[in-house]
Each structure stands twice: as C-alpha cells, then as structure tokens.
Design a protein around this ligand. Structure first.
Ligand SMILES: *[C@@H]1O[C@H](CO)[C@@H](O)[C@H](O)[C@H]1NC(C)=O
Ligand SMILES: *[C@@H]1O[C@H](CO)[C@@H](O)[C@H](O)[C@H]1NC(C)=O
Ligand SMILES: *[C@@H]1O[C@H](CO)[C@@H](O)[C@H](O)[C@H]1NC(C)=O
Length: 646
C-alpha cells in the first residue's frame, strides 16, 4: 500500500504539535523532493554506524543500497549493484528500528511502507545546498529515551502520526509525541525522523552527533557558523501497518520498538551516504528540480536514474545476518530486549547468544574525517589579513569576548584593536560597537548579508554589522598580544575604568609627579598585584578588577602623558587605564626600591573610590578630592552598554 502524505499536511501536523511557526516565515528557497518508492532491503541486527563489524543490540528495518552489511565505507556502498530506493543513483542506506505488536506474550514484526523527503530549503535564494559528503554517517535520536526531552532533539524532529482517513481529510489525522495513541490507526501509524541539515565540513561521523546540527528552526532558518555546510534535510518516514495486523484495536500499550522501548521515544534512525555525488550535485543545481515540493521523478536529472523494478527486486548482495518475516510472531524480541517503559534497561538472564557474522558481511570501515576538496571557503584566511566571514548572530556569537564603542568606529579600528589583544575574530555591531573574541560561539548562526546593513559611524562607505548581528572578520595570525608603544614587560594593556567605581578598589592616589615606576611602587607598598593609571596622575591598586572595569580597550585610547615623565603614557583622559600586572613572571620592574611604608602614609579604604578623600603625608602633594567622581564617569556615552548581551 502506498501512502502519500502531502508536505503541507505533515507540516501542519508538526506545527500543531510543536507550536512552531515554520509556516509563518516565507521561505525564499522553498524546495523539497520526496521519494515514495523505497522497498524493504533487510531486517537484521546490523548498525554499521554504531557497531561497525559487530552485531547490533536490536533489529533494524533497512532500505537502500545492496552493499549494506556490518561495516560501512563510501566506496563500497556507492558501488552497490542496486538500491531498494527507486532512484538508482542513491546507494545510501536508511533505517529505523523494527516495530512490533506485542500481545499475549508474542511479538509480531509489523510491515511498513517507507518514503522520505529531502528538504532543500535555503535561508536565502543563493545559499548553496551541497551534496552529502562521501562517507557521511548520521544517527538521530536516543534509543534509551523515555521522554521527548531525553531525545535531545528539537520539537518536530521525531513525529508520530495516526492516519485515520488521510486521503479525504488529511488534516483529520492525529499527531502525537509518541506512538501510544488511544485509537486505532485505520490507515497506519507514521513514524518520522528528521535529520540535521548542517555539517561541520570535517567530521564524517562523531558518536555524540556533534558533526551535525539542525538549523535554528529545524527546517527553515540558518546553519550555525560551526556547521557551515548545508546539505539536504532528510525526513525518513515509515508507515507501519498496524491496521493490517490488528484492525480496530487502539495502539496504546500494544507497540514496542525492537530495543524493548514501549514509550515510543526510543525511536532513532540512521543514514549512511551512498549517493553518486555528481548526480546529486547536478540535481541540487538543476533549476527544474528546485521549483517547489516535487517527487524525485519530477526532477529531470534524477528521473534518469528511476527504476522501480530494480528497486523492488533489489537484495542484499553480501547476504544477510538473519531474516524475519513481516507478521510472523516471535516469542521474544531478538537480542536482549525485554519490554522497557522506565528506569534502567532490564537485564537478561541468561544473555541470548549472538549470531555469528559471515565474513562477507564484514569489511573495512571508512574514514571518520573528510579529506576531499573543501566544501566551504569561510574558514580560510591568508596570514596577517582580516577576511570577512559574513554576518552572524545568535547567542553570544563570540567567546572570550570583550566589546567597546567608538563614535567614529571603522572596520580597521576594530580589527586593529582585536589584533592588539590577540583576538582572531573581530566583529562590528550596530555601526559603532566592536567585539573581539578568540572563537565563534558554536551556537552562532550565519545570516544573510542584508542583516548587516549599519553604516560604520566613522566611515559611511562601509558596513559595521547590524542590529544584533555581527559583521565578522577573522585573522588567524592574531594570536599574540602586542602593546604598541609600551615596552614595560609588566604592561597588560589599555583597559576600561569601572562603571560604578574604580576598576581597582584597594587604594588610589593622585600625584602630579606620577610616573609608571611611581605607581607600580605605590601599589607594591600597598601589597597589591595590579596597578593602573589614568588622567596622567591617578594611580589605583588592587588584586582583582572591580566595578565592571578591566575590560580591554583599544591601545590608542590610552594617550595621556604621565605628569612626572611626559615620555610615558599614564592612561586616557576619560575612561581608560594603563594597566600593569606586578606579579607577571619575568617582569623585573624598574628595580626601584619600594617607598618604605613610613615615607607615605595613605589612608585608603576598599571603598575609597566613591568619595575619594585621600590623605598622603610627606612625599606626596594632595591635589584634592578624586577627580573622577562617579557622576562624571557615568556621563560617558558607552556606560549604558555595560551588561548588554549581544
Ligand atoms: C490475545 O488473547 C486475547 C484473549 O484470549 C484474545 O482475545 C486476542 O485475540 C489475542 N490476541 C492475539 C493477537 O491473538
Ligand atoms: C571557494 O573559492 C573558490 C575559488 O575562489 C570558488 O570558485 C568557490 O565558489 C568558493 N566556494 C564557496 C562555497 O564560496
Ligand atoms: C598577572 O600575572 C599572573 C602570573 O602570570 C597571572 O596569574 C594573573 O592572572 C595576571 N593578572 C592579570 C590581572 O592579568
């Protein structure tokens, strides 16, 4: 029996189920292929992805290429003589666990019709959808899951649809998060699994699945920057013939996956790529194949490879491990798979013996990393140059990051600051903000360039990001901190003063004879490990940054000569500090002896930053109250940025 669900009805069901708003967003690149003719290839305990050259823990129902066996490598699978999928250019294999009807201590393997979708949705019309890389393996779902949350999957990645009168009223079907429907499903139970569509460009399989990611909303939307290669989004769909075995009987408590799971949430699915890459690539670039939701036969490139007869007669050419017949009752699930609804998996006593794998079904396994031509250019950058990486957003976008603003921001200024601080990523935001970071947050996403449309505040001919979106540049050579103009080995850069008080709170002092050595010696006498100077004459000390201060700032914002030595720089005139780490290894300092505690008596409490009357006797001239009352600092335009999350 052939079940044809149309795309929109499935989407409608998914939407009803998950409250997703996928349909609300018009998708410029909407296109999808579906293939309705996939025939069963084998039902056996193999999973070359999870158990290479071993016996899988439970039974799978497999469709696709005839080279399927205990191992997987692309060349072997791609060379299969036939596929049970109608398009013979696709020698991939697809599988789900076998579903059983459980009644009166018997387990009946149900027959299923199989079909799939390839969603080819793009976030922007020109975004390429690439063929699967040779050797790609994917596993979706968690066979131990006992709730949807356990699966770790986005809403809608697994679906169960009870078909009632699908052909006359497709929207009258019932969707659920699991297979325990309280009704019978007179036209079958559909289980669907959606595979992620974003690949990291490097790894062909990782056991934790981290080589693949979903877009930011499952099907539409954008790929994370960490996974820049967009591939077709497979939705594998099995329609189980519950109606043929037990017509009229509600499904609840009657179904069990091959691994013993009775909740339904243990649904999982695998894909191993066997596609003829050239054919798939041609189809993905054929305008006649991208006009909307179509069957694969409507795509002229793929129609060339259609052969239903071959698909129907395709048999595993290396033999099979075991075989089971649909609807033939068994006394137990193959393997150690007792019914399991909660808690830890029930053990078997004794453990059932494993079948022996015939030699023909074993073989070499393919590489786990991709070594062909690069799928994307986005990470390549010539040394010592900043290369545009695109418009990104989402989460924090950059890790280990700091940001600052400049009313005359340019791309060059931001890049130069990030380089100074040894940060290889430089991102511009909303025209006047610069964000420097050491890496891209794996959760960040690429957006269309049109989202980065803010003119740079200091150069209207260029764009500096957008609202909540970073215009990202990368210079892989920016790995060392250079502090131009300051050679003191203890110098740790131009940094920001605190927003609610001084950036260092243990002591501070104003002195018109201020030099770098003087401030360092003062802080050593105060037994503090960090010294900072601003306004050419204010020295402050502490063991850690306070009041939100200490974040990196562009070097050129520290530009005020020291009052006691105009050849030295002592911070900035507004909110920036020249900072020194007195405990840096190898930092010998000037060698000047510390002033003895008796030569300067300073009363500075840990809250001296607020009102700031400092009394110093003998060696130091006091010039009055703190010259940087909090009220004045608060007026600076970038104060409001503190705590802003980008
Ligand atoms: C299971 O047993 C019950 C009671 O004897 C019977 O009504 C039902 O038909 C049996 N189910 C199957 C699948 O044989
Ligand atoms: C990568 O660079 C090559 C050569 O410059 C270019 O032909 C190709 O289109 C680029 N690929 C992508 C994905 O940008
Ligand atoms: C100062 O240097 C020490 C030793 O290298 C280091 O542990 C500490 O983190 C540094 N402190 C600052 C504020 O840079």
């Amino acid at each position: 029996m052939k079940i044809t669900l149309n795309l929109l009805s499935i989407l409608a069901l998914i939407n009803n189920l998950g409250g997703q708003e996928a349909l609300a967003a018009p998708d410029p690149g909407l296109a999808a292929w579906h293939l309705d003719n996939l025939y069963p290839l084998a039902t056996e305990r193999f999973d070359p992805v999870v158990n290479p050259n071993g016996v899988a823990s439970h039974l799978h129902r497999i469709v696709g290429g005839s080279q399927f066996g205990a191992n997987y490598n692309y060349d072997q699978y791609n060379g299969a003589s036939c596929s049970s999928a109608a398009v013979q250019a696709d020698k991939s294999n697809y599988w789900m666990p076998q579903l059983f009807w459980r009644e009166n201590n018997t387990y009946v393997p149900l027959k299923a019709g199989t079909r799939f979708y390839y969603f080819l949705h793009r976030n922007s019309p020109n975004e390429p959808v690439k063929p699967f890389p040779p050797g790609l393996r994917m596993l979706v779902g968690n066979l131990n899951a006992k709730s949807y949350g356990d699966t770790g999957l986005p809403t809608g990645a697994l679906n169960f649809i009870c078909l009632k009168n699908h052909f006359s009223t497709p929207n009258g079907d019932t969707a659920g998060p699991d297979f325990n429907f309280d009704i019978d499903c007179p036209q079958g139970l559909v289980t669907t699994v959606r595979f992620p569509t974003c690949w990291d460009g490097v790894n062909l399989y990782k056991a934790d699945g981290s080589h693949m990611k979903y877009t930011d909303n499952l099907q539409f939307g954008v790929c994370p920057l960490s996974h820049p290669v967009r591939i077709p989004g497979i939705m594998l769909e099995y329609t189980w013939q519950t109606y043929a075995y037990r017509p009229g009987v509600p499904l609840r408590n009657k179904l069990i996956w091959a691994n013993g799971d009775t909740t339904g949430y243990g649904l999982h699915s695998d894909f191993v790529n066997g596609w003829d890459t050239d054919v798939l690539n041609q189809a993905l670039n054929d305008p006649d194949c991208l006009t909307g939701d179509m069957t694969m036969t409507a795509c002229p490139t793929l129609a060339m490879y259609m052969n239903l007869g071959t698909a129907q007669n395709c048999q595993p050419e290396r033999g099979v491990l075991e075989s089971y017949t649909d609807f033939q009752p068994l006394g137990a699930l193959p393997g150690c798979n007792l019914p399991w609804s909660s808690g830890s998996k029930p053990a078997c006593n004794p453990n059932p013996t494993q079948p022996t794998i015939p030699a023909a079904l074993k073989g070499t396994d393919g590489s786990l990393t991709y070594s062909g031509p690069p799928y994307t250019n986005s990470t390549s950058s010539p040394p010592n140059t900043w290369t545009r990486q695109g418009c990104i957003g989402g989460q924090t976008s950059l890790t280990n990051s700091f940001q600052y603003s400049d009313a005359a921001m340019t791309q060059d200024k931001c890049q130069s600051t990030c380089g100074e601080w040894g940060m290889q990523y430089s991102g511009l935001l909303s025209g006047q903000y610069c964000v420097c970071g050491s890496d891209v947050d794996p959760g960040a996403f690429h957006y269309a360039d049109s989202n980065c449309n803010s003119k740079c505040a200091g150069d209207a001919t260029k764009t500096c990001g957008g609202n909540g979106k970073l215009e990202l540049f990368r210079n892989p050579s920016a790995t060392t901190v250079i502090h131009p103009g300051i050679t003191d080995p203890q110098y740790i850069g131009c940094r920001r003063e605190g927003s609610t008080g001084h950036a260092l709170s243990a002591a501070y002092i104003n002195y018109d004879g201020m030099t770098i050595e003087w401030c360092k010696n003062y802080c050593k006498a105060q037994k503090q490990s960090i010294a900072a100077i601003e306004f050419g004459r204010t020295c402050m000390c502490g063991n850690s940054w306070t009041n939100g201060g200490g974040t990196p700032y562009p070097q050129n914002q520290c530009n005020v000569p020291c009052k006691g030595n105009t050849n030295q720089i002592c911070g900035g005139s507004q909110i920036t500090l020249s900072t020194f780490n007195l405990t840096l290894p190898g930092g010998g300092g000037s060698g000047n002896p510390s002033p003895s505690p008796s030569s300067a008596s300073v009363s500075a409490s840990s809250s001296a930053t607020q009102s700031g009357v400092v009394t110093v006797t003998k060696t130091v001239t006091i010039t009055g109250t703190c010259s940087t009352p909090a009220g004045r600092r608060r007026n600076h335009r970038d104060m409001k940025l503190f705590g802003q999350v980008i």
